[in-house]
Design a binder for this molecule. Structure first.
Ligand SMILES: Cc1cc2nc3c(=O)[nH]c(=O)nc-3n(C[C@H](O)[C@H](O)[C@H](O)COP(=O)(O)O)c2cc1C
Length: 240
């Protein structure tokens, strides 16, 4: 197994960082350059990254999303936004109408570009020995994020990324078991109840401290209600 595959197969989200550690300019630059070099749909580069090192800003973010205290102890917090603003300029320049409103395909284009750029940043950061946490919690506070970071029209926050020096005095994170979600040739093995019950058991034995519910209960509760209903309005305000 080569080093890259070893790194990927041993990924863990690490939420305990050594407080007050800054990241060297060289490391940050390498992470950002690795991130923006990710594949991107049609070379459209439908994303942007806001680099947050200011401690007050990080603490403000934790006030808005208290379940993510690692933002405050991170060395750097990257805010990944889907971003079509440069493409509106291109359309205006070419005197074409620009229509990205109310279109699931547009949202897929933007979120996939963001996800690939963010994953490149994660791999780069982990290869340098840092711990990382994706922060989907920013979607729940998108109204605050849009104001705080002055996001213009056609820009929308998708996910944050806390990157920090792993606090080795805390419990070492174990690699988390996954469901077998790979099929051969066609989708031949629809998930059965036993698979879900089996994964509940796997996760029960894995016994991650931060989990308060059984895995299936967590998702039953989550998808019983429409997740994050305000997103539709906030997206509209940003032109989507
Ligand atoms: C899109 C996305 C959003 C996430 N948001 C959060 C978050 O807001 N807070 C958090 O602590 N972890 C967050 N996570 C981390 C997941 O909880 C974690 O990846 C998952 O439990 C699997 O664990 P592992 O990464 O250690 O294998 C997020 C992960 C992804 C991919």
């Amino acid at each position: 197994m080569n080093n890259t595959i070893h790194l990927l197969k041993n990924h863990r989200t690490t939420r305990h960082f050594v407080k007050g550690k800054t990241m060297s300019h060289e490391h940050l630059q390498n992470i950002l350059e690795a991130s923006i070099q990710a594949p991107t749909y049609m070379n459209g580069q439908h994303f942007s990254i806001i680099v947050v090192e200011n401690q007050q800003t990080k603490e403000q973010l934790v006030e808005w999303t208290p379940r993510n205290p690692h933002i405050a102890s991170s060395s750097v917090f990257l805010l990944f936004c889907m971003d079509f603003s440069h493409l509106q300029v291109a359309s205006d320049y070419r005197q074409a109408s620009f229509d990205v409103e109310d279109n699931p395909d547009v949202l897929m284009i933007g979120t996939v570009d963001v996800a690939l750029a963010m994953q490149n940043a994660i791999i780069a950061a982990e290869s340098l020995g840092y711990g990382t946490v994706c922060v989907g919690g920013v979607r729940h506070i998108a109204n605050h994020i849009i104001k705080q970071f002055k996001l213009p029209k056609y820009v929308y926050p998708i996910c944050g990324l806390s990157i920090g020096e792993i606090d080795t005095t805390q419990e070492v994170e174990r690699v988390k078991p996954r469901l077998p979600k790979v099929f051969k040739e066609t989708y031949t093995q629809p998930v059965k109840l036993e698979d879900v019950q089996g994964y509940d058991k796997t996760m029960r034995l894995f016994a991650e401290k931060r989990e308060t519910k059984e895995w299936s209960q967590k998702f039953a509760d989550f998808y019983e209600k429409r997740p994050n209903p305000k997103t539709t309005d906030w997206l509209k305000e940003q032109g989507f």
